[in-house]
Design a protein. Sequence first.
Length: 202
Amino acid sequence: MRRLSDVDWSSWQAEIPATLVFVVKDGKILLIDKKTGIGKGKVNGPGGKIEKGESAEACAVRECQEELGITVSNLRYCGEHRFQFVDGLTIHVWVYLTSDFEGTPTESREANPLWVPLNDIPYEKMWEDDAIWIPMMLRNEQFSGRWIFDGDRMLDYELLAEGAGLQGACRFPQNHLPGDDLICVLSRFVCLLFLRRSACFH
């Protein structure tokens, strides 16, 4: 199980439903240095496992309270990810963005808060997929991703973006090159230009 095509996504179910929350304010994004659980030692957004009977949004609020001592509000849904790990672990993540919260981000047993400038996000300390989709989130693009990981190494992925009447897809195999992501962005831009130009003749 090392490629997207190795997974029967039609019957795929996540062992762990979870959330991620990103607070963006005054040109900075609130991240955490994760101290426990999956991803321990990595930088990420606050979030965690959805409890039985809990909505994804309620989970997002609760996790921020538990990890950072803040209460977020006016959450905006950004997208979702389905993670399949080679060892069998499966995680379905709902992602939220906001600029509204009460309280002061405070270190807890689970996380240490980090306010980071938007132009200096430490992707080298984060999960490999973050560098691909977080810029989309910050551009207010909604997305849906499927990812294959072996431990913390990304093997394959597909990322769908929806917005402004345009739907695009980026999919690269395990040996994709850094320039492939740029090619995907340029391809979507060309498609948008084509759609706009075509509309002028109708």
